[in-house]
Design a protein around this ligand. Structure first.
Ligand SMILES: [Cu+2]
Length: 108
């Protein structure tokens, strides 16, 4: 895979797959843990819906479509899947996205 310039993974999967990483019911509340097991920061971007970061005390941060995930840290985001469709979830550092750090979710 590295020879094909594919070396970043999300949820142990490199790049886009035929099937979504998650199938979410329309209007379902979602909590998504984002564990960054690398040494690099990644700007994780969700298409189709905005989300809140859940702080350590459980409060919700501002509405966002991208969160900066720092190396070795875990954060959690929450959203309501109000928008039906197939939505990309990827690192916004496009060199990372094109080398594997890109997946998709289905809301139906
Ligand atoms: Cu990245």
């Amino acid at each position: 895979m590295a020879e094909a310039n594919q070396f970043w993974a999300l949820n142990d999967t490199i790049g886009m797959t035929d099937e979504p990483q998650a199938e979410i019911s329309l209007s379902e509340p979602v909590r998504l843990e984002v564990a960054n097991n690398t040494s690099f920061p990644h700007a994780m971007h969700l298409h189709g819906m905005h989300f809140h970061e859940i702080a350590g005390d459980g409060t919700l941060g501002p509405l966002r479509d991208t969160i900066l995930s720092f190396g070795g840290q875990t954060c959690e985001i929450a959203f309501v899947a109000h928008n039906p469709g197939d939505w990309l979830f990827h690192c916004h550092m496009l060199s990372h996205a094109t080398s594997g750090m890109m997946t998709w979710l289905r809301v139906a």
